[in-house]
Design a protein around this ligand. Structure first.
Ligand SMILES: Nc1ncnc2c1ncn2[C@@H]1O[C@H](COP(=O)(O)OP(=O)(O)OP(=O)(O)O)[C@@H](O)[C@H]1O
Ligand SMILES: [Mg+2]
Length: 635
């Protein structure tokens, strides 16, 4: 259950030719849809910075004019002005932060919806290889990173840049020589930051990949809890998880260390700025060079202090940007994944009659070495019952999957009423085909909602009628909550047979023209199977039905039986003629179906099913068998 399987397109992010700049630009496109908010946030940030830069400027005159002249009125007014600017700055800061946050959340909302829609539209073949944990990590954690970037990285990045530009401009305007000294230490910071990006980016990618494989692990183990218990592998699973979790922890630490190292380095450089301003300013003022006043030095110092906080932020901003680009890449991989089964332009909706033909059909899966179906020809006329039998892995389910176009053929064509299924609108096609899959999945919702899944507007009466037809009404009514009973995740609170009957009811409710039952009675007992069988016979009327069956009774009445071996139809015909013909059919009949007949007779004997008249008039030999079994099974 370890997460060993990988999927080339989803897991190997390194292979994708995404450049950092392109990813960033593509992320930016998301906020451009909200131009007004961007504008307000931007105005807020610009305003905040102008106001911040204004204060040191006032300070200069306070020192040089107010202090020098001992003018208390001037000082008071200057104080009022500073307070006023502070209040104004609070308002602009709020504007910037509020709309910045809002933008970030609406972007996350949009991306998450996009991912969900994309995954919904993906074909079976995508889901064959994509791991659930991978999709979840990308839709949740990666999108969170992107959101954080827009809320802090982008906004604070903008803030820092504006402040830097503003402060540098003001410094240059007031005293170029002092500005040079103050800004000198920023040069190494720029170089240092570049190195930081290069170190941090790969580490962050590793962290996210580890997170993804951990979530795959948890998800697989939650789904496969029974298997783990059956084989008593808990200890092994716990150890593997701890091992992986420890690796995540180490990688996180390694990553964080890089970032923590950056902090004191940038703080040190900032304080060097202060020292240089004081030192150079003092010397220059003493020498009377360049019109340096005490007020100017105070102002410069205030400017440097203004820069310290955002400069310390540079590391954080770089970090967020790097993370967002790594996460953006992973999200875009999901969004850019090719959709295989899509509506052709001009694909039309149509009323299906149910005439299904396979013409020289071959099929293959991505991971299969060659074709798993070859040269399949079949014709099912409206209302016919076609049974497909064959040993496991012969390709029965694959044939069934081609009719609703869960996969596309690799050769030949499948037609319905003479039209290639690839030319039919997907929604129209699938909403007229009822499928009961080999492993039916139910949602964690009420039984009623599960049955009505394909037809949300179904009436109570219709739901009950479908349940009755699938012989599910009885057991549903016995639950205290009846149709309102909530079934667990994947229907876990129901037995296999109950789940299947609900799945049958669900398929019947849409009143499909074509019905596909893939081993749909395999996990019910003989008695129930009998009941479902009788119910199905009525249901099949007027529908083209494909039955993939392991059990005899389902196929005795079939209009045609197709016998599949290794992806080819080796025999076809009706029960009697096939039995007489010998070959694989007779063999399967002997091996599996006769065995089931025996079970059925046992059931008859134990009184579960009334012995039909024709059995009672049976031969002496059969009577002897009954006697023997009766002796064996009666208490
Ligand atoms: N999603 C898939 N990806 C790759 N190969 C697959 C996939 N599904 C089936 N196969 C392969 O295709 C072949 C036919 O499988 P299929 O499921 O059609 O058999 P089946 O006759 O329905 O068997 P069973 O009676 O066990 O249900 C098998 O060799 C199987 O390994
Ligand atoms: Mg199958």
């Amino acid at each position: 259950m370890a997460t060993a399987t990988t999927n080339a397109s989803l897991n190997d992010s390194a292979q994708q030719p995404y450049s950092a700049l392109r990813i960033w630009a593509r992320l930016m496109r998301y906020i451009l849809r909200y131009r007004l908010w961007v504008l307000v946030a931007f105005a807020g940030i610009v305003g905040t910075n102008i106001l911040a830069i204004a204060v040191p400027y006032i300070l200069r005159d306070v020192v040089d004019i107010g202090l020098e002249a001992q003018d208390s009125g001037y000082m008071f007014n200057a104080g009022l002005l500073v307070v006023g600017l502070g209040v104004l700055r609070g308002a602009t800061a709020f504007m910037g932060r509020y709309f910045g946050e809002r933008l970030s959340h609406v972007v996350a909302y949009d991306i998450r919806n996009q991912i969900y829609d994309k995954v919904q539209r993906q074909s079976f073949s995508y889901h064959d290889s994509a791991q659930v944990g991978t999709i979840i990590t990308r839709a949740i954690s990666d999108v969170n990173e992107i959101q954080r970037y827009f809320a802090f990285g982008l906004m604070d990045g903008l803030n820092t840049s504006l402040l830097l530009i503003g402060v540098v401009t003001m410094m240059m305007l007031t005293s170029p020589p002092l500005a040079l000294f103050a800004l000198l230490p920023l040069l190494p910071l720029a170089l240092y930051s570049r190195g930081f990006v290069l170190r941090v980016h790969p580490r962050w990618k590793k962290v996210m990949e580890r997170m993804q494989s951990l979530s795959n692990h948890i998800q697989e183990n939650a789904l496969g809890a029974e298997v783990v218990r059956v084989f008593a592998r808990e200890q092994y699973e716990i150890e593997t998880f701890h091992d992986q979790n420890k690796k995540l922890y180490d990688e996180q630490l390694d990553f964080i260390t890089q970032w923590i190292n950056f902090l004191p380095a940038s703080a040190l450089l900032a304080s060097m700025s202060t020292a240089l301003v004081l030192l150079a300013g003092g010397i220059l003022e003493a020498q009377g060079i360049g019109n340096i006043t005490v007020g100017l030095i105070v102002t410069f110092n205030a400017y440097v202090l203004l820069l310290v906080q955002p400069l310390r932020f540079v590391g954080f901003i770089i970090l967020l940007t790097t993370q967002a680009i790594a996460s953006g890449e992973r999200v875009f991989q999901v969004l850019d994944e090719e959709e295989r089964i899509v509506n052709k332009p001009g694909a039309k909706a149509m009323q299906i009659q149910g005439h299904v033909r396979f013409e020289q059909v071959s099929a293959r899966y991505d991971s299969s070495a060659g074709d798993v179906l070859r040269g399949i020809n079949l014709e099912a006329r409206p209302g016919e019952l076609v049974a497909i039998i064959g040993l496991t892995g012969a390709g029965k389910t694959t044939i069934a999957n081609l009719v609703p176009r869960f996969y596309d053929v690799s050769g030949g064509r499948v037609t319905i009423d003479g039209i290639d299924v690839r030319e039919i609108n997907l929604h129209s096609l699938r909403s007229q085909i009822g499928v009961v899959m080999q492993q039916s999945l139910l949602f964690s919702a009420t039984i009623e909602e599960n049955i009505a899944y394909g037809k949300a507007d179904a009436s109570q009466a219709q739901i009950i009628a479908a349940a009755k037809a699938a012989d599910a009404h009885g057991f549903i009514s016995e639950f205290p909550d009846g149709y309102q009973t909530v079934v667990g995740e994947r229907g876990t609170t129901l037995s296999g047979g109950q789940k299947q009957r609900i799945a049958i009811a669900r398929a019947l409710l849409i009143d499909p023209k074509i019905l596909i039952l893939d081993d749909s009675t395999s996990s019910v007992d003989t008695q129930t199977e009998h009941k479902i069988q009788r119910a199905l016979e009525a249901i099949m009327q007027g529908r083209t039905t494909f039955v993939i069956a392991q059990r005899m009774s389902s196929i005795l009445n079939a209009d045609q039986i197709l016998v599949l071996r290794d992806g080819e139809i080796v025999q076809r015909g009706k029960h009697e003629s096939l039995l007489a013909e010998g070959g694989l059919y007779a063999e399967i009949y002997r091996l599996q179906l006769q065995e089931q007949e025996r079970v059925r007779r046992e059931a008859i004997i134990s009184g579960v099913i009334k012995v039909p008249l024709e059995y009672r008039r049976s031969t002496a030999k059969f009577r002897k068998l009954i006697d023997r079994l009766a002796g064996k099974y009666s208490p």
